[in-house]
Each structure stands twice: as structure tokens, then as C-alpha cells.
Design a protein around this ligand. Structure first.
Ligand code: XMP
Length: 528
């Protein structure tokens, strides 16, 4: 267990004050090879948590420290240990307030690039600069997003950098290793952001680079073996990134003690079932049970038009199929899930009742209680980009690891109204053409999610001399970071034309193709 203790023995705690960038801070720290963990500012922060940390970063946040008792505060215990602390934006203002400095509230926000001038020596910004003047003054291009600012430095601190509109843009107390930055080093717009975080994490907190894909895989393999012993594990394999990476990881850890169940519900993309079976069963030698349940799902969905009802029926049928298959397999004690770190953080945030701080996560769950399975969740500490890196290290092909997400109810929410096999077959073909052309044109990687939607309306067309009265297909492609907000992807017109021509020429049941240009909000990404 040597690796295991090394991996987590040095960690950076990120105290979250509700910034939209908190997860980004945690990811940046991990990119530097150091484990990071997010805690809500009002979570139970005890002595063992703090004393185990190599450093603490205080995030930004939407509140104002000038709001008196209502303002989120830094737990006093943080300053009882001699651990380096870096406050970003709200975090800096909260440090100023805690040590008796002054913060001025303002409803006028400063948002965007600023030129930062170093005004004093500091370990944090040492050797980090974008520009130098002839007089050897050093400057950095940084990204600002704030209203309030520090206007009087607390005793024991000194100003280390200024901008025109924010004279105290960074401060430090070198003796206590406490630092504050008004700008955001975690966003890529701050050119030297990674270097600044590296100064903090690697030089000031003295953390080593141990958080790497190989080390994480080795650690997880050891942990899974220890937890599972000689017992058997079941994994619901969907063909998505997370469950695929869990399959590859568990296969390495416990080999034939793992059985995967892949449910073909008739609502999958073209060739998806064969692709999953080929990759996992044929190439990787993983035990995969393919449950052919197409008719069962279509039968359950017969005559149902309401989107919510369709979702519920699909979810319920999944459970029935899954339960049946697991009983057939027998002797299963563990259930593996592809839960990833953002799911865990969001659930923890929801417990504190600060709904605006982190949204609540709704886990799919819904397993029958009599199964009494224990959970194995080897990706629970990882962000999506880390999961992808691990997938590649484990030998999963790139096209699988960088696939767009696909919703659990599948084509069931992309066929508006009643779901019929005939519609699903048409949609599968249209979707495959769209995705193929996106790959061919290099647009697949530039979009976050893209798919076709079946509209149950008929429209007139002319093909050759013949009149055609057939179905309509809508195309949807979006750009998004977190899938909470999204913008329609600006696909080139000639690409859309190629896709439209191919769909209408190759699928005789389609006479018209449209492109969805709505944003989320107010529209959602899926149509149903
Ligand atoms: P919406 O349509 O809510 O989609 O803007 C946001 C993201 O969630 C996916 N999605 C689902 N995923 N079960 C899932 O597993 C669902 O019922 C579901 N509905 C939407 C959607 O594909 C997008 O990535």
C-alpha cells in the first residue's frame, strides 16, 4: 500500500465559497500532480482535515464580505496550523477581513483582462512574468472578475501587485505563508495562472508530483482488490466513458470476478451494441452479458407520448432487466458504479443546505433494495478529464474515451411523442450520418454533444419527379462546459447542407432536415 499512502499523503484543500470556478481550481492543482479535495466553507472542518493538508486554497464566491453576519466566513481553525493559504478573489477579501483589513463593496464589476504590476517581492510571484519594462519592472496579464476589493491591507501583510483600477490586487504575509490574489489564476485567460498555482502548490506547500494516471490506476487496483477479495462484482455497462473506464479498471484488478451487463433496449445508436460487445468481450476478454430487451422496452413504451412518463418507463424497465440478469448470474456481492468526483461534491454541497453554492446531484440509483449489493466506485475521486486520461492509459480507444455523452433513456428522448421501432431505425441512420460527417469535417471534437432528433410530423418534398410526403429530422449540436448552459454550435452551412442531402437521399422516409439554433436556457439540450 506504499503507493496509496503516497498518493493522498499530500493534499490541497479547496474551501468553496460558491465560485463557478471552484472545480477548475481543484483540476488545475491535480494537473500539477497533487491531489486536491473540495470542501464547502460551512462543512465540518475539523483539526484532522486541516492538519493533514499541505495547503489550503480559498475560492472566490458570489457574496460580499461586507454583508456582516450573512457573509460566508473562513473557519478560524484554518489559521491555527502553520499551513500555507492562498485566497482567490472572495477568498482574498475574506482573509483581509479576518486579519483586520478593509474591503470596499461595489456594485460595479471589473470583468476581463488587466495588466498587473509587481510592486514587492513575494515567493508566490517569484520568477513569474509576462512582460518586463526597460526599468526591469515586471508585469502579468491577468483575468479579473470582481465587484468588491481590498482597500486597506491588514497588519503584517504587504501589497505585492497592483492594477490601475485595483491598487491592492495581490498581497502576502510571507512569514505566515498566507497569500491573496484578486484575479483568477485558475482560468486560462490568466496566462501565467498555472505557473502561479505551481509556485503555491509545489514550492510554497512543497508538494511532490505524485498524482499521475499510472499511480492512480495502481492505487485503485490495490484498493478494489482489498475491498472485493474473492467476491464477484456486477457492472452495468452502457458504452459511455465512465462505465467503460470502470470496466477496464476492474478487469485489470479482478479479471473474471467481474461480470458486465449491457442492456440493448432498442434505443441505442447505430451499431452501439455490437461495438460495445466487440470492444469489451472480444478484444478485452471481459465477461459481458448482452441482454436483448428491445421488444420489452418498445412494448412498455407503446402508446406513451409524455416525455416524463417515457423516462420513468425506460428507467423502470432497465431495473427489471438488470435485476433479472443479476439473478441469472447469481453470487454477486458488489455493484460497480461510474460515480465521478463532481457527483460526490454536488451531493455533499446539497447536504449543507446552501443550494446556491453547489447544485444538488440526483444519482440514477434506483436499485432494488433486496439486492443488498455493496458499492464499488473506483472513479469517485476523479474529474471527467482524469477519467479520460485513465481510460487512455488503460488502453481504451480514443474514439470511445472522447465520445459525446448519451442520455440513459437513449433515443427514447430523441423521438418526440410515441416511440416506435420504425422511428428508432430512421433516427439511428440519420444520427449516424450526422456524426460521420462531423468526424469527417473535424467538428466532432469542437462540439460537446451532437445528435439527430426524430420529429413525428410529415412534410412535402420532391425527389426526382416524385412527390414525397415524409418525416422531418432535426439536427442539434451544442458547445458547453458543464451542460447546464449551452450554445448551438456554429456549424458551417456547407457541412449542414451535406448532412441534409445525405440524410434525405439515403433515408427514403425523410423529406426534410432542420438545424436547431436554440440556446440553453431557455431551451434544453435534448428535445424531450
Ligand atoms: P438537457 O436536455 O437537460 O441535457 O439540457 C443536459 C445533459 O443531460 C443529458 N440528459 C440525460 N442524461 N438521463 C441521462 O442520463 C436523462 O434522462 C437525461 N436527459 C438529459 C443530455 O444528453 C445532456 O448531456
Amino acid at each position: 500500500m506504499e503507493i496509496m499512502s503516497n498518493l493522498f499523503s499530500q493534499k490541497i484543500i479547496i474551501l468553496d465559497f460558491g465560485s463557478q470556478y471552484t472545480q477548475l481550481i481543484a483540476r488545475r492543482v491535480r494537473e500539477l500532480g497533487v491531489y486536491s479535495e473540495i470542501k464547502a466553507w460551512d462543512a465540518r472542518i475539523d483539526a484532522s482535515l486541516i492538519s493533514d493538508a499541505s495547503g489550503i486554497i480559498l475560492s472566490g464566491g458570489p457574496e460580499s464580505v461586507t454583508d456582516g453576519a450573512n457573509a460566508p466566513k473562513i473557519p478560524e481553525i484554518l489559521f491555527s496550523y502553520k499551513i500555507p493559504i492562498l485566497g482567490i478573489c472572495y477568498g482574498m477579501q475574506a482573509i483581509a477581513k479576518f486579519f483586520g483589513g478593509e474591503v470596499q463593496s461595489s456594485s460595479k464589476r471589473e470583468f476581463g483582462y488587466a495588466r498587473l504590476k509587481k510592486v514587492n517581492e513575494s515567493l508566490l510571484l517569484e520568477g513569474v512574468a509576462d512582460h518586463r519594462s526597460e526599468g526591469n519592472e515586471e508585469f502579468l496579464d491577468v483575468w479579473m472578475s470582481h465587484g468588491d476589493k481590498v482597500v486597506r491591507i491588514p497588519e503584517g501583510f504587504s501589497c505585492i501587485a497592483s492594477t490601475k483600477s485595483c491598487p491592492i490586487a495581490a498581497f502576502s504575509n510571507e512569514q505566515k505563508s498566507i497569500y491573496g490574489l484578486q484575479f483568477h489564476p485558475e482560468v486560462t485567460h490568466t496566462k501565467q495562472g498555472s505557473s502561479i498555482l505551481k509556485r503555491f502548490v509545489r514550492d510554497i506547500c512543497e508538494c511532490d508530483e505524485v498524482w499521475t494516471s499510472d499511480a492512480i490506476i495502481e492505487d485503485q487496483i490495490n484498493r478494489v482488490r482489498e475491498l472485493v477479495g474473492a467476491k464477484s462484482v456486477l457492472l452495468g455497462l452502457s458504452g459511455g466513458v465512465d462505465s467503460s473506464v470502470v470496466a477496464a479498471l476492474l478487469n485489470k484488478a479482478i479479471g473474471n470476478k467481474l461480470t458486465c451487463v449491457f442492456v440493448d433496449n432498442g434505443l441505442l445508436r447505430k451499431d452501439e451494441g455490437d461495438m460495445v460487445m466487440q470492444m469489451f468481450a472480444d478484444n478485452m476478454g471481459i465477461k459481458v452479458v448482452r441482454a436483448n430487451a428491445q421488444e420489452e422496452f418498445l412494448e412498455a413504451l407503446k402508446g406513451v407520448k409524455d416525455p416524463e412518463k417515457k423516462r420513468k418507463i425506460i428507467g423502470q424497465t432497465f431495473i427489471e432487466v438488470f435485476e433479472r440478469e443479476s439473478k441469472n448470474i447469481g453470487d454477486i456481492e458488489f455493484l460497480a458504479q461510474g460515480t465521478i468526483y463532481p457527483d460526490v461534491i454536488e451531493s455533499a454541497g446539497a447536504e449543507t443546505g446552501k443550494a446556491h453554492v453547489i447544485k444538488s446531484h440526483h444519482n440514477v440509483g434506483g436499485l432494488p433494495s433486496e439486492m443488498k449489493l455493496r458499492l464499488v466506485e473506483p472513479l469517485k475521486e476523479l474529474f471527467k478529464d482524469e477519467v479520460r486520461k485513465i481510460g487512455l492509459t488503460l488502453g481504451l480507444p480514443k474514439q470511445m474515451v472522447f465520445r459525446h455523452p448519451f442520455p440513459g433513456p437513449g433515443l427514447g428522448v430523441r423521438i418526440l411523442g410515441e416511440v416506435k421501432k420504425e422511428y428508432a431505425d430512421i433516427l439511428r441512420e440519420a444520427d449516424a450520418i450526422f456524426i460521420e460527417e462531423l468526424h469527417r469535417s473535424g467538428w466532432y471534437e469542437k462540439t460537446s454533444q451532437a445528435f439527430a432528433v426524430f420529429l413525428p410530423v410529415k412534410s412535402v418534398g420532391v425527389v426526382g419527379d416524385a412527390r414525397r410526403y415524409e418525416w422531418v429530422i432535426a439536427l442539434r449540436a451544442v458547445e458547453t462546459i458543464d451542460f447546464m448552459t449551452a450554445r448551438s454550435a456554429p456549424l458551417p452551412h456547407d457541412l449542414l447542407e451535406t448532412v441534409s442531402n445525405r440524410i434525405i437521399n439515403e433515408i427514403s422516409e425523410v423529406s426534410r432536415v432542420t438545424y436547431d439554433i436554440s440556446s440553453k436556457p431557455p431551451s434544453t439540450i435534448e428535445w424531450d
